[in-house]
Design a protein around this ligand. Structure first.
Ligand code: NOJ
Length: 739
């Protein structure tokens, strides 16, 4: 059967001499109205159904028979299916074998790369480099689109101050400002300026909202907080992605204020569509609709589905609640036809914006798939980007290594290619990883200068490899110990109640350090860890995250100083789990801890208040000196502004990058304000001896917040401004603002 939709569109063009597709972003394609007139109730429901294929399992249940459902016009969207060949096969069913030939939408979790894998998102955010992050999303989009995909479930915009939560690895850390810069950059990278361009894909803002705040850090657990804190701290990155043009949003699994996000009209209607003017569609998370029965807000799946669609949930991922019950609910009047039509229209308009009504196969090109995937350019970018995401947490001078010196490389993770890819690796494959960290060190240093022993695994109590590890360490001048977490210990459903390095890895570090050899630790992990013990024993700690396809080389580049590390933490590393949550955006309290011996001040008896590594921290192989902060004026008012600037000098011996950070404190507000709030940053690159003045504009927007009456804006008063290379290493100045 020929596709009547495509024919109708072509005819319309010929007759009217029109351009078939509306301007991108218009989202009122006339073809959608025409189509809606022809659709049966069952076909409309089908456009709101999203099922997984049998290619990949990303959730608890799997429905069989998706091809029959597509053929019957009862499933309009598929995820977890890719390659040009396979998506074409499924698309042909939709286009040629259904009555109206409406093309399928193909979604997938392209989270930190598709075939070429970049560092996990927490690592990416440590680059503080919006342009590079945008470029990584652009490459991911090109590779994914060439494999037939239209839609990625990214960016994940969940702010998180909870290291126990495994999914902290998928986000951009703890700060709303930095998170907003990154979520907007990723959205632009995926969607480009024209969604119908076959090199772009649809972004999906997730997990709306506050999924990153589960009680006790246990995945899927209850979330509850004040509306003020929610709006101020958690919402901004989602909004930034919507403002950047994202046309889909995924609701989160969690409840908020007692209502599951999946059927939370305050989130989906009042905030998303009402306040933000979002025009795209909302999808549930995987079986999120049926889970409302377990949440206890719906008696059965039918009721859950009805609650969801009435609250503004357009598409049902994998629950089959819409598939099974929605038609009958519309017929019986429990769900209005208007509600159904609005959701269908939103989905179809996004399909139109993607260009699928012009050419449903535009994303299924085996030629493009071959030419765009894992190109030399993509891999070169991935290598450099991965090294720029690494954070040098500590260094007594053991790093950089000298090429040609005898290096003992120890640790199971050193030889692992698999772990380099991290979790949510999309279609990234181990066979595409050219080198483990060990392989890359051998290549850069010459195999004859490298000794290897596994020492121990990442988990378990087996110490039988300690002897061999100590033996190779004795024969080397320096030790590189690669330790951390198995990559499957991070990501979804991977919460931990202990944030120390697992197994006997730290014990091995202690034994190596006791030899008196300089030890550089390379960490592969996806969350802030308690490194209190390791900091005492290691000469240097390089946080490499899970660095992706080219991660082995990227680590070696940094170890040998071919790349000078410039990453800065986007999340605080606590001294122990008891400090959690500990983050830079904290309030002062009524009893701040200022007197060393005081009892009745806000402090711990057994550990300092300060974290082990503060937000924004990251060392370099060179040294950056900051001048005092200079202000253009000591006050400003209304819509005016002032500039705050600092001169930064590279006073060390190597070229390198530095991320200059701006923080603000509002000293007296109608509600309490954080002691340090990130309000800007600039990444600069300086040759040895070079200086650069970095300036920031401060205006009313910089000072705005949700005031006591929940209106948003600035308040008159005194402010402090801080500029520095880390949240705990700043220079300060003061100014006054008058409304
Ligand atoms: C569940 C995860 O929470 C979500 O992030 C992901 O996009 C979906 N599964 C689909 O795999």
């Amino acid at each position: 059967m020929k596709n009547p939709l495509i024919l109708a569109a072509a005819a319309c063009c010929l007759l009217a001499g029109c351009t078939a597709a509306p301007a991108p972003g218009a989202l009122n394609d006339p073809r959608v109205d025409e189509l809606m007139k022809k659709m049966t109730l069952e076909e409309k429901v089908g456009q709101l159904v999203l099922f997984t294929s049998d290619w990949s399992v990303t959730g608890p249940t799997m429905r069989q028979g998706y091809m029959d459902d597509i053929r019957a016009g009862r499933c309009g969207n598929i995820f977890n299916a890719y390659t040009a060949e396979y998506t074409r096969k499924l698309q042909e069913i939709a286009v040629n074998e259904t009555r109206l030939g409406i093309p399928l939408l193909f979604g997938y979790d392209v989270i930190h790369g598709f075939r070429t894998i970049f560092p996990i998102n927490l690592g990416m955010s440590a680059s503080w480099d919006g342009q590079a992050i945008e470029e990584s999303a652009r490459i991911a989009a090109r590779e994914a689109a060439a494999a037939g995909l239209h839609w990625t479930y990214s960016p994940m915009c969940d702010i998180c101050v909870e290291p126990r939560w495994g999914r902290i690895s998928e986000g951009s850390g703890e700060d709303p400002y930095l998170g907003s810069v990154i979520s907007a950059a990723m959205t632009r990278g995926y969607q480009g300026t024209d969604l119908s361009d076959p090199a772009t894909i649809l972004a999906c803002v997730k997990h709306f909202a506050a999924y990153g705040a589960p009680q006790a850090g246990r995945d899927y657990n209850t979330v509850d907080m004040s509306e003020r804190w929610f709006r101020e701290f958690y919402l901004p990155p989602y909004k930034a992605a919507v403002d950047a043009g994202a046309l889909s949003v995924m609701a989160s699994f969690n409840e908020l204020d007692g209502v599951p996000a999946t059927a939370n009209s305050f989130l989906l209607k009042d905030i998303l569509r009402g306040e933000w003017g979002f025009k795209g569609f909302v999808v549930s998370d995987y079986t999120g609709i049926n889970e409302m029965v377990c949440h206890g807000t719906a008696a059965d799946e039918a009721e859950a589905g009805m609650q969801a669609i009435n609250a503004g949930m357009d598409m049902d991922m994998q629950s089959a609640a819409y598939f099974n019950y929605l038609k009958e609910q519309v017929e019986s009047g429990k769900v209005s036809m208007k509600t159904l039509d609005e959701s269908v229209r939103r989905v179809l308009n996004v399909k139109a914006a993607l260009g699928l009504f012009d050419d449903p196969y535009k994303y299924c090109s085996p030629e493009l798939e071959a030419s765009e995937t894992l190109t030399d350019g993509n891999k070169a970018f991935a290598r450099k980007f991965a090294s720029d995401c690494m954070v040098l947490l500590s260094n007594d001078g053991v790093l950089p290594l000298q090429k040609g010196e005898k290096i003992a490389v120890i640790g199971a993770l050193a030889a692992s290619k698999d772990d380099l890819l991290g979790s949510w690796r999309g279609a990234g494959e181990v066979r595409s990883v050219p080198a483990s960290i060990l392989d890359a060190i051998c290549e850069l240093n010459g195999p004859a200068n490298v000794l290897y022993a596994e020492g121990c695994k990442e988990t378990g109590e087996d110490r039988s490899g300690f002897g061999a590890a100590l033996a190779v360490a004795r024969r080397a001048s320096k030790v590189v110990l690669v330790i951390g977490e198995d990559c499957q210990w991070t990501g979804e459903a991977a919460s931990r109640s202990d944030i120390r390095i697992p197994g006997v890895q730290s014990e091995l570090l202690g034994k190596l350090a006791a030899l008196g050899k300089p030890v550089a630790v390379v960490l592969l992990n996806g969350r802030p860890l308690d490194l209190s013990a390791e900091v005492e024993q290691a000469g240097a700690i390089l946080e490499a995250w899970y660095p992706g396809t080219m991660g082995g080389f990227a680590v070696a580049d940094v170890l040998f100083g071919d790349v000078n590390p410039g990453g800065k933490l986007s999340v605080t590393f606590p001294r122990n789990l008891g400090q959690v949550p500990v983050y830079h955006y904290a309030k002062n309290t009524g009893r701040p801890y200022v007197h060393p011996e005081a009892k009745y001040e806000s402090r711990y008896l057994d550990v300092p208040n300060e974290p082990l590594f503060a937000f924004g921290h990251g060392l370099s192989y060179t040294r950056f000196d900051y001048s005092d902060v200079r202000l253009s004026a000591s006050s400003f008012g209304g819509d005016g502004n002032i500039t705050a600037e600092c001169t930064v000098t590279n006073s060390g011996g190597r070229a390198g990058s530095e991320t200059v950070q701006l923080y603000i404190r509002d000293l007296v507000g109608s509600v309490t304000r954080p002691v340090k709030q990130l309000k800007g940053f600039k990444k600069i690159y300086l040759e040895p001896g070079q200086s650069q003045t970095v300036s920031f504009t401060i205006d009313a927007e910089t000072l705005s917040f949700y005031r006591r009456d929940m209106s948003y804006g600035p308040e008159s008063g005194d402010f402090k401004v801080f500029i520095g290379g880390a949240s705990d290493d700043v220079r300060e100045a003061s100014f006054r603002y008058e409304e």
